[in-house]
Design a binder for this molecule. Structure first.
Ligand code: DGJ
Length: 739
């Protein structure tokens, strides 16, 4: 529920287990009042009184959107440069001392319930809302949208702060809309989608960092007083950091308890999260466009709508915060909730050595072991016989597939599987027909070198003709082939970002990718998409509105994956996390791990197989088939259940997970030991989230019920006998009430 009290001039956003409150003060400033894990409205008085009011400290006030103007020494969400004088510019006018001063004053609000305008400044509405709703593809309509209108009384700028509350999820999607109401262009120099004021002292933050093959490495630390930034300066989300955080007061949260605040950006361009810990104890989180090389020119009358900064709070520790983000992503972000199929990808089996016969032979074996989606990776098109050439030429290579691709697709379909194909639509190799025809279509600065990475350059998605060309090329393939799934890859960071859009390319590229994906999905509604950027380089709530799953990492070593998947699970649900079983001797790390460990770790997400099936014995193929059948019996629990991290690598050296269906009727238990110390006894992890009164039958891979225990016993003592094992020890069990 969202409510405005005209007497106290307070806004209250009440979730099922949370509150968020703001106050309009006597000067018309919109101030943050409170945020926390109880559903109680907050009235009138400023719970967090601003710190000292000395001439040096008066800037500590908690504006909902701190803007550069009255605030100059602390971090701000918005900085704008206005022409001086503000009257219509005449030719020859020089801009002297542009005014960098924004002061936002409250002018009114409106509330929209499930898409219908229900309140305007406390009155029932007389006309429909004039502003479009930017968050287009929301499946779950149970939300209320609050728009708070602010303007600068002296400058031509109107700002609308938007709060979409999902009460059942205790999540708020926040963004802002900026309108130039004057006669001249204005220059926005810094723009966060929202600023979050955490309760003072919430200085312990959890984020992830990484690199190719080592994504989602968890880091948790107490912020010193000062600023801490994570972000990326490219046109995709990046491997180095991921745009989400969890935060709490030090010592007051654990995996299972305590208030934890969280936020995640719905944006795949150049982004930045700034955590500002002030001397006063205030902690603020600014999430939005990376201000490095940033520029946004608003033409007269133009409105810019930012992407969203999703935020929320849970009283159930870091685990509870993750579950809120998972449920929200499943219910309100992802394009659909269909079960994700078991996939086979031939990349690690054949790399660029593709042929019809080779792929067909793999497909037959894949179908026989129970695979449901067969994906042909890089190398099927143009002159792409290696990473050196061909990117950009999206036509089936007659050298590789002399009879075309459709016969293979038909064979795959006849085997009862879906067919998927790899693309890298944002890239071009200099050795390609596309580049030879349009060398100016890549990001570059005229007369300057074009740095190649993986022998490729990035197309300028600021150009409409580039997007149209790529759409037509993909459309031609899709129109003539029965393709069910696209693996959408992106394999380099941007350098020399010269674009026809100027500095706007840091936003325009992501917008171009989104637009292209939306067009393809609209024309081919049955199509599923996977986001890949050299593994997990493009995972965020913006791309997740358009894709069904992501390639988590090119590193498929099961023990490395435990750490990668644990960090991933902090923010993202298992139903998008593709995880493959690959060769016994891992191609990335050279480590040898047994099949059980490889399956137990891969079955924690969307199971895929990447091994060379032709190199496996019949006995091994039988074992693969048995694991896949096991996974299919419980995948709905992994893909749709609530995740409990019972043990974490950081604390116990083991990763033990429990997925529980919301009605508690089924659960999946998965343990994998990463580090085992001789002589140390690792007691079984206690389960969580079960029905204490119910009796659960516990099944192994062979459908044997190994025990029957009550939920209460399992939550008090764990799985009997699951005490310790060497590094690599792993086990997956399926729990069901009533059998
Ligand atoms: C990087 C991806 O992460 C791999 O899975 C594979 O698709 C290669 N690109 C192909 O070039």
């Amino acid at each position: 529920m969202i409510h405005y009290n005209p007497n106290t001039r307070t806004f209250n956003l009440l979730g099922q287990h949370s509150h968020y409150a703001m106050l309009v003060d006597g000067d018309g400033r919109l101030l943050h009042l409170a945020w926390g894990p109880t559903p109680n409205p907050v009235t009138g008085h400023n719970r967090f009184a601003p710190p000292g009011q000395s001439s040096f400290e008066f800037q500590g006030q908690r504006d909902e959107l701190p803007a550069y103007g009255p605030i100059s020494v602390h971090e701000v969400a918005l900085k704008v440069s206005f022409p001086n004088p503000p009257t219509a510019l005449k030719p020859g006018d020089t801009l002297n001392r542009p005014i960098r001063d924004v002061r936002l004053a409250y002018t009114g609000y409106e509330i929209e319930e499930n898409g219908q305008l229900s309140m305007v400044n406390g009155q029932l509405p007389t006309a429909p809302s004039s502003l479009p709703n930017p968050q287009s593809a929301i499946r779950n309509p149970q939300s209320t949208l609050l728009r708070i209108f602010l303007h600068d009384p002296a400058q031509p700028l109107a700002v609308t702060l938007c709060y979409r509350l999902f009460p059942a999820h205790d999540v708020i999607e926040r963004w802002c809309e900026l309108t130039n109401t004057g006669p001249n262009p204005i220059r926005v120099e810094k723009l966060a989608f929202a600023a979050l004021h955490l309760p003072p002292g919430s200085s312990e933050v959890t984020t992830v960092h990484g690199a190719w093959g080592a994504e989602f490495t968890t880091q948790r630390h107490v912020l010193p007083v000062g600023s801490f930034n994570i972000g990326h300066r490219s046109v995709q989300t990046g491997h180095a950091f991921n745009p989400f955080f969890l935060a709490n007061r030090p010592g007051q949260a654990t995996e299972t308890s305590g208030p934890v605040y969280f936020g995640a950006l719905a944006f795949s361009g150049a982004w930045l999260l700034t955590f500002e810990h002030q001397h006063s104890g205030d902690v603020r989180v600014f999430g939005g466009y990376n201000p490095f090389d940033f520029e946004l020119i608003l033409q007269p009358g133009q409105t810019h709508t930012t992407p969203a900064f999703v935020c929320g709070v849970s009283d159930e520790g870091w685990g509870g915060a993750s579950r809120r983000l998972h449920t929200f992503t499943r219910d309100a972000v992802l394009p659909n909730d269909a079960p994700r199929p078991v996939l086979y990808n031939s990349w690690e089996a054949t790399y660029f050595a593709l042929s019809h016969e080779g792929q067909a032979a793999l497909a037959r074996k894949a179908a026989a072991i129970g695979v449901e989606l067969f994906v042909v990776d890089d190398g099927w098109f143009g002159g792409r016989r290696s990473p050196l050439s061909g990117l950009g030429d999206w036509t089936v290579s007659p050298e590789v597939f002399p009879r075309g691709l459709q016969p293979l697709i038909e064979e795959v379909h006849a085997l009862g599987m879906q067919f998927g194909l790899w693309f890298e639509p944002e890239m071009v190799n200099p050795d390609s027909d596309l580049y030879r025809q349009h060398p100016d279509w890549v990001l570059h600065f005229p007369g300057r070198p074009r740095t190649e990475a993986r022998m490729q350059l990035v197309l300028d998605y600021g150009r409409a003709e580039v997007i149209d060309h790529i759409f037509n090329a993909l459309d031609a393939i899709l129109a003539n082939h029965d393709i069910d799934f696209i693996k959408w890859d992106m394999n380099r960071n941007v350098t020399e970002p010269g674009s026809v859009t100027g500095k706007a390319i840091w936003r325009a590229h992501a917008a171009g990718v989104y637009g292209l994906m939306d067009r393809l999905r609209q024309k081919y509604p049955h199509l599923s998409l996977q986001s890949c950027s050299g593994g997990g380089g493009r995972v965020d709530l913006g791309i997740l509105r358009r894709v069904d799953q992501v390639w988590t990492s090119d590193n498929t070593d099961a023990l490395d994956r435990l750490r990668i998947q644990e960090g991933f699970s902090l923010a993202y649900p298992a139903r998008i996390m593709e995880a493959w079983v690959t060769h016994e001797k891992n191609h990335q790390t050279g480590r040898v791990l047994d099949l059980a460990t490889r399956f137990d770790v891969a079955m924690r997400g969307v199971l895929g197989i990447g091994s060379d099936l032709n190199a496996l014995s019949d006995e091994e193929l039988k074992a693969y088939a048995s694991y896949i059948a096991f996974y299919k019996r419980f995948r709905h629990v992994v893909q749709d259940g609530d995740l409990y991290r019972l043990e974490t690598l950081a604390e116990q050296g083991a990763s033990t997970l429990l997925y529980v269906l919301p009605d508690q009727s089924e659960a999946v238990y998965s343990v994998a030991v990463h580090d085992h110390l001789i002589g140390r006894h690792r007691p079984p992890a206690c389960l969580r989230g079960l029905n204490p009164q119910a009796t659960y039958a516990i099944f192994d891979r062979h459908e044997r019920a190994i025990a029957h225990l009550s939920g209460a016993d399992l939550m008090a003592q764990g799985i009997p006998g699951d005490t310790y094992g060497p590094a690599g020890y792993s086990r997956t069990l399926h729990l069901k009430i009533g059998d």
